[in-house]
Design a protein around this ligand. Sequence first.
Ligand SMILES: [Ca+2]
Length: 100
Amino acid sequence: MIFGEGANACRGGRVCLYENFTLNERAPARILMTTQKIDWLGDYGFNDVTGSVCNFANYPVILYKDATYHGESVVFAVDECNDVPISFNDEAASLQFLIR
Ligand SMILES: [Ca+2]
């Protein structure tokens, strides 16, 4: 976990979950970085926190509203940096990669 803002804060090969919309553009805030799936974001103090995402991993990433990859989900493509949908704000609880 780091504190920062913008896509440049997200190093190559990782997925970054930003606490706020627009990659924490308004002010540096929490960013959770990972290269691995996470079955419970609460283990990192990041349950129901995510507002935007950068995916610089090699695979699409799927965020879920519930733990262990259950519930409503949203996909972020490789190299995509975007807000989560409004209905998904502060709702993500787990994430995994879409590996064919
Ligand atoms: Ca948030």
